[in-house]
Design a protein around this ligand. Structure first.
Ligand code: GLA
Length: 399
């Protein structure tokens, strides 16, 4: 199923009702990794791969959720909400629970979810499901809320219901993505700056097709190591609230109390924040090769200091860098597998994909998936015109 009209058709066959359809995009992060939960800077772009949610009301206060990626139907009674079950449905149902907890009284609904954002690829399929579900549930209840509040509620669902202590980046960009534009976000003030992307450059995500098991436990462990760093450094720097407030000189001066591991985690975050700011300047000045060098430094720091890369991601980056038209390459998202993000000259994308796919398949015996993306707008309702021949015609509504 790859278009909203097919989703509407499948929904009406399943539930005997015409649904409304909402979608939210996945994302790539160009630079600024593992900085969001340290109140730092990130630079994601929403991509034209989406999660779709079809929804129709029910008479009771039950939410049912089905996905065409998984066989079983999940149910939630809004009057007796259960806890997360370590199940795919924790994402949509967690959003329902957190919307209600925030005081938004929902109505019962049937949901059918279809995702084009590859799961486990580091391209944020989870936030895309959360945000598209939230829009659908609110619309179903005749409610609308501020988009920033919506992003925060979705993040809460992931933190408290799913149990991953992620930052705000993914939910924010799923709500506030902008066509042909990357967005620099200050994760402390939540102020964002649009940064138009060069016209002759494509965002190419290369999926390693591996997702190592420790991804979520190690993610939470990294967050704790950063918190430990702040705790110890604050003995010397009483005014700091997060690693955002620490300079590299201060880390050098006061870092001797930190373990080697915590020191390196802090060094990654502090240098990465600086790289995002420099990358924004480079983009504004049209200095793409400078931007690419910062991406390379970011990858090294994630590999050596933050230790969230893996053999497959390192190989994918190495093979990308062999091609002359790759401006920059690095892992994107939480790490431990998933995808790399590559900035590639538009006219040479085919050569790039052929080269990287072959080199990666030869080296690992794994066939990668490669997605050539454009920066897209944030979440939205999709109107499906009845009786249109394939492909469906989607009409965008204003957010
Ligand atoms: C995941 C999280 C984000 C962010 C990235 C790493 O995608 O959901 O909040 O922390 O990892 O930058």
């Amino acid at each position: 199923m790859t278009n909203p009209q097919e989703l509407a058709q499948a929904f009406s066959e399943m539930f005997g009702a015409q649904p409304r359809i909402f979608r939210a995009p996945g994302r790539v992060n160009l630079i600024g990794e593992h900085t969001d939960y340290n109140e730092g800077f990130v630079m994601p772009a929403a991509i034209d791969y989406f999660s779709f949610v079809a929804i129709a009301p029910r008479e009771d206060r039950t939410i049912t959720a089905r996905s065409d990626n998984f066989p079983e139907t999940a149910e939630l009674n809004l009057d007796r909400p259960m806890k997360g079950r370590k199940h795919w449905s924790d994402y949509p149902l967690g959003v329902a629970v957190k919307l209600e907890e925030a005081g938004h009284r929902l109505k019962g609904a049937d949901l059918l979810i279809h995702g084009d954002v590859p799961i486990g690829s580091g391209l944020s399929s989870s936030a895309a499901i959360e945000v598209s579900t939230a829009l659908a549930l609110l619309d179903n209840a005749g409610l609308s809320i501020d988009r920033l509040d919506l992003a925060k509620i979705c993040q809460k669902a992931e933190n408290e219901y799913v149990g991953i202590r992620s930052g705000i980046m993914d939910q924010f960009i799923a709500c506030f993505g902008k066509k042909d534009t990357a967005v620099m976000l200050d994760c402390r003030s939540l102020e964002s700056t649009p940064l138009p992307l060069p016209e002759d450059v494509k965002l190419v995500a290369c999926n390693t097709m591996v997702k190592h098991q420790l991804a979520s436990s190690e993610y939470n462990a990294r967050r704790e190591e950063c918190e430990e760093g702040v705790r110890i450094l604050s003995k010397h720097l009483p005014n700091i609230k997060s690693l955002r407030d620490v300079s590299i000189a201060e880390l050098g001066r006061f870092g001797s109390d930190l373990s080697d591991v915590v020191y390196r985690r802090c060094r990654h975050v502090i240098t990465e924040n600086d790289r995002v700011l420099r990358a924004a300047t480079a983009l504004r000045n049209g200095e793409v090769s400078r931007f690419g060098k910062l991406m390379a430094q970011s990858h090294q720091s994630l590999r050596d200091d933050y230790e969230v890369s893996c053999k497959e991601l390192d190989l994918m980056v190495e093979f990308a860098n062999e091609t002359p038209d790759c401006i920059g390459a690095r892992m994107t998202g939480g790490g431990f597998g998933g995808a790399t993000i590559n900035l590639v000259n538009s006219s040479k994308v085919d050569e790039f994909t052929v080269h990287v796919a072959k080199r990666y398949a030869d080296a690992t015996k794994i066939q990668p998936e490669i997605y050539v993306c454009s920066a897209a707008d944030g979440a939205d309702r999709v109107l499906v015109k009845d009786r249109l021949p394939f492909p469906a015609c989607c009409i965008r509504l204003r957010p």
